[in-house]
Design a protein around this ligand. Structure first.
Ligand code: PLP
Length: 422
C-alpha cells in the first residue's frame, strides 16, 4: 500500500474539530483499507462498522464513569449490530419512539433497561409503552402529565429541565425541550396531583459538547429540582439523568467525566449519593467513530482550475446533520480505480483531504451527492488533490446522526450495506 506519509502532513489547526484518528492512528486507517480490499468490487457506497472499537469505548466509559449507567440513545444510530454489541456489554437504552423500543425488545433486552426519553409523546405511543412494560419516561409540559396519567399511570417520570448552559455544543436541543426554572414547581405539583411518581431529573447539555462545565451547572440545577420536590413533600427523588453530549476523543471524554464526578459529589452529599442512581443517554460517544463511510466518485467536471465531483452518498443520505468542516477533516481519498472485475488496485495512493496542503497540487473542489437537488453538496470550495471517476472518498467518524437521518429523496437513500470489522 502506497500510503502518503501521514506524519509528514501538517497538523490541522483547530483542536476542537481535529480528528485524532487521522493524525494518530494510521493502524486504524490501514485496517479500513484492508477491509475495503477484501470486499467484492462494488460501486455502491457502504459502511464499515468496527465492533471492537465499540467494546473499547464501553471499557472507556466504565473506567471513567463507573457510577453512571449508560442508556445508549438509539436515535443516534440504530444499526442492529451496534445495538446488540452494546446490549451484550451491559448498556441500557434511551428510546424515543415505539419503533425504537421494538428494536431493543427484539434483542431480548428487558423493558426495565429502557427509558422512553422523549418528553412529548403521542397518546397511542404512551399506551404502547404501558403494554410492553417500559415504565420510565421524561416530561416537560403539563399536557404530557395528563396523557401519561390516562394511558400509563404506573409510569415513573423524570422531569426534563433546560440545561442552564448550552454553549460549546455543536447541536443545541434546548429550544425544543426542557422545563424552565420557573415552570418546575408547577410541573411537579401537576404530577403530584395526577398521582404520578416523579423519580428524578434529566437534562441534555447539547450534542457534541466541548464545554464540560455545562455538566456542572446542569447538575447544580437538577439538585435544586430535587430540593423543590422535597419542599413539596413529594417522595424523595433518586434518579439523575445527565443526558448525552459526550465526545469520544479520550482527553475530552476524560475531562467531561471528571466534571461529572466532581459535580455529583459537590451537589449531592455522601448520604444522598447512597440512594442516587446516576444514568446517562450517550449516543455520539458510542456511534460516531465506529462507522466509516466508503463512497465512490461517480462523476467529475473540470472548469478551469475548479474541480467538481459527484459521489454516491450525500446530504439527503448520510450527511444531512454533518458539519462540512468535520467532513473535510475526516475525509480520505483513495486514488485507486475500482475495476469491476478485479476490485481496487493493489497500490492506491491514500490522501488525507483535510490536510491536502501536503499534496503536490490541489484544486478548489466541490463534492456533490447523487440527487438532482443543488443543495446536495458534501464539500464546497475545499482544496482537494486531483481525483478521478472511480476513486474512493472515505469518511471516518460517520456513525452519529448519519444513516439514521437519511431520506429516500430522489430514490437514493443512504448507504445500505455495512461490513463488520473488529
Ligand atoms: N438523549 C436525548 C433526549 C437526545 O435528544 C439526544 C440527542 O439528540 C441524546 C440523548 C443523545 O445525545 P448525544 O448523541 O449527544 O450523546
Amino acid at each position: 500500500w502506497n500510503v502518503k506519509s501521514l506524519e509528514a502532513l501538517p497538523s490541522a489547526p483547530d483542536q476542537v474539530v481535529t480528528n485524532n484518528r487521522l493524525g494518530d492512528d494510521e493502524h486504524f486507517i490501514q485496517k479500513i483499507i484492508s477491509t475495503i480490499k477484501k470486499l467484492q468490487p462494488s460501486e455502491e457506497a457502504f459502511y464499515v462498522l468496527d465492533l471492537g472499537l465499540v467494546s473499547n469505548l464501553m471499557d472507556t466509559w466504565k473506567r471513567n464513569l463507573p457510577m453512571v449507567q449508560s442508556f445508549y440513545a438509539v436515535k443516534c444510530n440504530p444499526h442492529p449490530d451496534l445495538l446488540a454489541t452494546l446490549a451484550a456489554q451491559g448498556s441500557s437504552f434511551d428510546c424515543g419512539s415505539p419503533s425504537e423500543i421494538e428494536s431493543i425488545l427484539a434483542l431480548g433486552v428487558s423493558p426495565d433497561r429502557i427509558i422512553y426519553a422523549n418528553p412529548c409523546k403521542a397518546s397511542s405511543h404512551i399506551k404502547y409503552a404501558a403494554e410492553v412494560g417500559v415504565n420510565v419516561t421524561t416530561f416537560d409540559s403539563v399536557d404530557e402529565i395528563e396523557k401519561i396519567r390516562k394511558w400509563h399511570p404506573k409510569c415513573s417520570l423524570l422531569i426534563r429541565i433546560k440545561a442552564p448552559d448550552e454553549s460549546g455544543c455543536s447541536f443545541p436541543l434546548s429550544s425544543k425541550f426542557g422545563a424552565l426554572p420557573e415552570e418546575v414547581s408547577l410541573l411537579l405539583q401537576g404530577a403530584q396531583t395526577a398521582g404520578l411518581r416523579v423519580a428524578g431529573v434529566s437534562f441534555h447539555i447539547g450534542s457534541k459538547s466541548y464545554n464540560f462545565q455545562a455538566y456542572k451547572t446542569a447538575i447544580e440545577a437538577a439538585k435544586e429540582v430535587f430540593q423543590e420536590a422535597a419542599r413539596l413533600c413529594m417522595p424523595p427523588m433518586h434518579v439523575l439523568d445527565i443526558g448525552g453530549g459526550f465526545v469520544s476523543e479520550p482527553s475530552f471524554f476524560e475531562a467531561a467525566a471528571a466534571v461529572v464526578k466532581t459535580s455529583v459529589e459537590t451537589y449531592f452529599s455522601a448520604e444522598e449519593r447512597r440512594s442516587l442512581k446516576v444514568i446517562a443517554e450517550p449516543g455520539r460517544f458510542f456511534a460516531e467513530t465506529a462507522f466509516t463511510l466508503v463512497t465512490n466518485i461517480i462523476g467529475k467536471r473540470v472548469r478551469g482550475e475548479v474541480r467538481q465531483y459527484w459521489i454516491n452518498e450525500g446530504f439527503f443520505g448520510s450527511m444531512m446533520c454533518a458539519d462540512p468542516k468535520t467532513l473535510l477533516e475526516s475525509c480520505i481519498a483513495l486514488k485507486c480505480m475500482y475495476n469491476n472485475s478485479d476490485g481496487i488496485e493493489k497500490n492506491p495512493v491514500l490522501m488525507v483531504c483535510g490536510k491536502a496542503t501536503g499534496c503536490a497540487r490541489t484544486y478548489s473542489s466541490t463534492v456533490f451527492g447523487p440527487t438532482c437537488d443543488s443543495a446536495d453538496k458534501v464539500l464546497e470550495g475545499d482544496q482537494l488533490p486531483e481525483l478521478e471517476v472511480n476513486n474512493l472518498l472515505v469518511f471516518l467518524n460517520m456513525g452519529a446522526y448519519t444513516s439514521a437521518c437519511g431520506s429516500h429523496f430522489n430514490g437514493f437513500g443512504s448507504a445500505k450495506i455495512t461490513h463488520l470489522t473488529n
